[in-house]
Ligand binder design. Sequence first.
Ligand SMILES: Nc1ncnc2c1ncn2[C@@H]1O[C@H](COP(=O)(O)OP(=O)(O)OP(=O)(O)O)[C@@H](O)[C@H]1O
Length: 232
Amino acid sequence: MSPLVKIKNLSYTYHTPKGETKTLENINLEINKGEFVSIVGPSGCGKSTLLSLISGLLQPSIGEVFLDKSLIINDSHYIGYMLQKDHLFEWRTVYKNVLLGLEINNKICKESLQYIDDLLKKYGLYDFKNYKPSQLSGGMRQKAALIRTLALQPEILLLDEPFAALDYQTRLSAGDEIGTILKKENKTALLVTHDIADAIFHKKLLNQLFHTSKYKQMITILLLHLIIGTKS
Ligand SMILES: Nc1ncnc2c1ncn2[C@@H]1O[C@H](COP(=O)(O)OP(=O)(O)OP(=O)(O)O)[C@@H](O)[C@H]1O
C-alpha cells in the first residue's frame, strides 16, 4: 500500500527583510490511509509550517510533499484544517456553522445535507443544531468544528493544537471523542501539538523518534504513530 502522504527530504526556510529562518531541515515522513499521526515539539520548532507545506499553502525550499502519489503544488487537494480556535460564528446557529464549508464550496446537495445530519445525530449535536455556539460547551464546539470540516469529506485532516484552548478535563473528553469520531469515519489525521500529553493520550505505537534542525539544538520532535483501525 502506498502512503497517503509522503514527505521526502523536506526543508523550509522563511525569507524576510530581517533575514532567513531555517525552520525545517530534511524531514522524511509517511502517513498511511487511516492513520492518526501526532507530532510533538516545542513552540517555534516548525509544526505549523509543516502543516502549511502539506496543505500546499507553502512550497518546500527543498524536497517534495506528495498526497496520494501526486505532488502538492497548490491547494487542489481537499485538506481539512482544525485549529486551536473553533472559529464558529456566533451570529449563525450550530447547524448554519456546520454548513458553512459546503456553502462556500458550493457543495450543498441532498447527499451532503444527509451526511451532516448523520454526523450531528451520531455525535450528539443534533438536538443542539438550532443553538448558538455560545450555548455549547468547549468540547461540543470543537465537535461542531470537526463536523464542519468532515462535511467536505477531506482526504486528510490537519489538526493544529485543536485542544489547546480547552480546560484539562474537557481536553481529555474532547480528545477522546474526536479520536473516536475520526476512527469511526475512517479518516487520516495529522495532529501537531507542543503538549506530549495530547499526543500520548491515545497511546498506541511509538513509531519513530527524530531530531531536527541543527539551528534549534536540543529540539526533539517526537513522532508517534497513533494507528487507527485494524492496526491499533
Ligand atoms: N511568516 C513567517 N515569516 C518568518 N518567519 C516565520 C514565519 N512563520 C513562522 N516563522 C518562524 O518559523 C519558525 C517556526 O514557526 P512555526 O509557527 O511553524 O512553529 P510552531 O512549532 O508551529 O510554533 P507554535 O507551537 O508556537 O505555533 C519560528 O521560528 C517562527 O518565528
